[in-house]
Design a protein around this ligand. Structure first.
Ligand code: HPA
Ligand code: ZN
Length: 320
């Protein structure tokens, strides 16, 4: 079956680091990995919650040292995404995760951005870059990194908020979001993946986000669902991620069909495809098996992805 053309709006570039590339970069950089081989590493991808994933996700990033490492990772994702049907990708990166390891901001940003710059010509995938801040680190640190990104004129279109959610409500980052919006950046945030509906309200009312990542726990709050439907707030849903991180018990128990039926503006995305069992095409295939999605539902999901992207009118018209 040919892949459904879509935009990927929820993708952590560091979460595309496949086991074979982790080993190749470790060899190139003279790093000893604590795994016997790629099978030994992949066998550790049995997560119990978000934190159990994040521990491995941050540990594996240690193989990313040079601009070339970041560019190679990004190019590998773009090649695979093109095969998955992705025509436009809005890609998050976690600068603080690299700064904390002593990797310069210029190294990680220029490495990822360099690969994105040739993506449309090379892979037919237009792209945009979003700097995500780690909510389990201080907001003052995020503010400093934002200022440095602006000072270096980094080619970012927006900011996001990720990492461990519970205990780190969006309102902690109000000043960061005000500053970003003032600089003309788009604002997105993870909310309602593991965290309660109250965090989604805060992302909307305090951070004033243009788009929400995950947001699946909105289904526990009827007034919130009505608000999201009324404002057509895009929700970037990641079904295989939700199952792997136990945010939902099983794929057949996933709220996506109910979210669609309620008129929520949902799209399908892969989050951290190297860790969660697949790219966006794999997510669509798994959804098809679990729910037998019809042509109209698939068209809605793909259309939502293009309409929810931060695209210029010309490219959007070409893709829709
Ligand atoms: N949730 C929160 N933070 C993240 C994720 C996620 O799924 N992936 C990478 N950082
Ligand atoms: Zn995510």
């Amino acid at each position: 079956m040919p892949s459904l053309p879509c935009a990927e709006l929820h993708l952590h570039i560091e979460g595309t680091l496949e086991p074979d590339l982790i080993f190749a970069l470790a060899a190139r950089n003279g790093i000893d990995l604590p795994y016997a081989d790629t099978a030994d590493l992949a066998a550790r991808y049995a997560f119990t919650d978000l934190q159990s994933f994040l521990d491995l996700y941050y540990a594996n990033m240690d193989v990313l040292r040079t601009e070339e490492d970041f560019a190679d990772m990004t190019r590998a994702y773009l090649r695979r995404a093109a095969a998955a049907g992705v025509r436009h990708a809005e890609i998050m990166m976690d600068p603080q995760a690299h700064l904390a390891r002593g990797v310069a901001l210029e190294t990680c940003v220029n490495g990822v951005a360099g690969a994105l710059a040739t993506s449309e010509a090379e892979f037919g995938v237009s792209t945009a870059l979003i700097a995500a801040f780690l909510r389990d680190r201080p907001a003052t640190e995020a503010l400093g990194v934002l200022q440095n990104l602006l000072a270096m004129d980094a080619p970012i279109i927006g900011i996001g908020l990720d990492s461990a959610e519970v205990g780190y409500p969006p309102s902690l980052f109000a000043e960061v979001y005000d500053r970003a919006r003032g600089a003309g950046l788009k604002c997105i945030a993870h909310a309602g993946e593991e965290g309660p509906p109250a965090y989604i309200w805060e992302a909307l009312d305090v951070l004033r986000v243009d788009r929400l990542d995950h947001g699946i726990r909105c289904m526990e709050d009827e007034a919130l669902v009505e608000r999201l439907v009324l404002d057509r707030v895009p929700l970037t849903v990641c079904p295989l991620s939700n199952v792997r991180l136990r945010a939902v018990d099983t794929l057949p128990a996933h709220p996506l069909p109910e979210m669609l039926a309620r008129g929520l503006n949902v799209s399908v995305n892969s989050d951290d495809p190297a860790y969660f069992g697949g790219y966006v095409d794999d997510n669509f295939t798994a959804l098809g098996k679990a729910f037998g999605l019809g042509a109209d539902q698939l068209a809605t999901l793909a259309g939502n992805s293009f309409r929810s992207a931060f695209l210029d009118a010309g490219r959007r018209a070409a893709l829709l």
